[in-house]
Design a protein. Structure first.
Length: 344
């Protein structure tokens, strides 16, 4: 067990610190400057929203978009970086107020599909095949506003259109139970995999599991990952941490619950996550209090914690663990793991 892990994050993970109650507290770092930072921070992969890759999509022709995406690909190549995935940003445009694929307005649903096709075009130009769907507004604030059967069918239809649009593309659904919606239609890994099974080509639909999203659903992220791994559906992850059931915090990996983080690293490592080229994504946010010059510490801290926990997981005394399990002595196992994580 000495698999190597490769790490990614998205440009949105270096940010100005604005929250719903206050404005930015740090200076904006230009996209190109962010790209230049990746390697020094220990990351070689970049995750994109469609409009991170090609800014201001509105009003640009397909050939203009393709040429801008190609020039980004060239810059990534020059810097020794690889794109990991592209995700359509379907939650900021006024046409996605009531959702994209599940909007009650057919014109808005059409917009969501067209935008997703543009996202696929950009993905292909970047030389990759992975699209991530965080279904931000595909849900409801009140049950009566949408029919959940129809909504599910619309999600399936939308994914089918995407799968049909490009025969090579793979789609990872990123489940999240709430925020911005009261209730999202695809809240958990199980929902995401089951949704894929309703599509025309289930083999091309997988999941992106985010630690915080699983915790918000009251679930253990490592068990969610295990379920997806058993289905061969874990094609990317968004590791971070979350302090209980509140707003989506995107805290540094391991900063709330070391043991929970340990178990995520352990399940990934023990099942050779990465053997098919999967990346370890860190979807983490800096604290709002962080000063400009240290605004990337959350990324390096998360990476360091992953590597320390990997070392911890690879150095457990497995004969001892097996004997505790054989004796059904889980109290002893519990203490052993806690002390091991503490280096005792
Ligand atoms: C929201 C998220 C998103 C997704 C991103 C890529 C902005 O809670 O986690 O981050 O990860 O859109 O899929
Ligand atoms: Mg995420």
């Amino acid at each position: 067990m000495a698999g190597k892990f490769r790490f990614t994050f998205g440009p949105w993970n270096i940010h100005e610190g604005a929250d719903v109650f206050g404005p930015a507290v740090r200076k904006t770092i230009e996209f190109e400057k962010k790209l230049e930072m990746y390697k020094n921070l220990g990351f070689s992969g970049v995750q994109f929203h469609d409009d991170d890759a090609v800014p201001v999509l509105e009003g640009k022709s397909a050939s203009q978009i393709a040429s801008e995406a190609r020039s980004l690909k060239q810059r990534l190549d020059d810097m020794g970086l690889k794109a990991e995935f592209v995700a359509p940003r379907l939650w900021e445009d006024s046409r996605t107020i009531d959702g994209g694929y599940t909007s009650n307005d057919p014109a808005c649903r059409k917009y969501a599909i067209e935008r997703s096709k543009i996202c696929i075009d950009i993905t292909k130009e970047l030389g990759i095949d992975l699209v991530v769907l965080w279904l931000a507004r595909e849900g409801s604030y009140i049950r009566e506003s949408k029919d959940s059967v129809v909504a599910t069918e619309r999600l399936v239809d939308a994914i089918n259109v995407m799968l049909g649009y490009d025969p090579d593309i793979r789609i990872c659904v990123e489940p999240k139970p709430n925020e911005p919606m009261d209730h999202a239609y695809i809240p958990t890994t199980g929902h995401a995999i089951a949704l894929g099974m309703l599509t025309d080509d289930a083999d091309r639909v997988g999941v992106n599991i985010e630690s915080a999203h699983a915790i918000l659903a009251g679930l253990d992220p490592s068990d969610e990952m295990g379920f997806a791994l058993a289905h061969n559906k874990l094609w990317t992850v968004h590791l971070n941490d979350q302090n209980g059931l509140k707003f989506d915090q995107d805290k540094s990996f391991g900063s709330v619950d070391l043991r929970r983080a340990f178990n995520q690293v352990r399940i990934l490592d023990r099942h050779d996550y990465g053997k098919n080229g999967e990346w370890v994504g860190l979807d983490v946010k800096a604290m709002r209090t962080q000063k400009d010059e240290k605004a990337t510490a959350h990324l390096t801290n998360s990476l360091e914690m992953f590597n320390l926990l990997l070392k911890a997981s690879r150095s457990t005394d497995d004969a001892k663990i097996d004997s505790f399990i054989a004796e059904r002595n889980y109290e002893a196992l519990d203490l052993y793991i806690m002390k091991h994580i503490m280096g005792r």
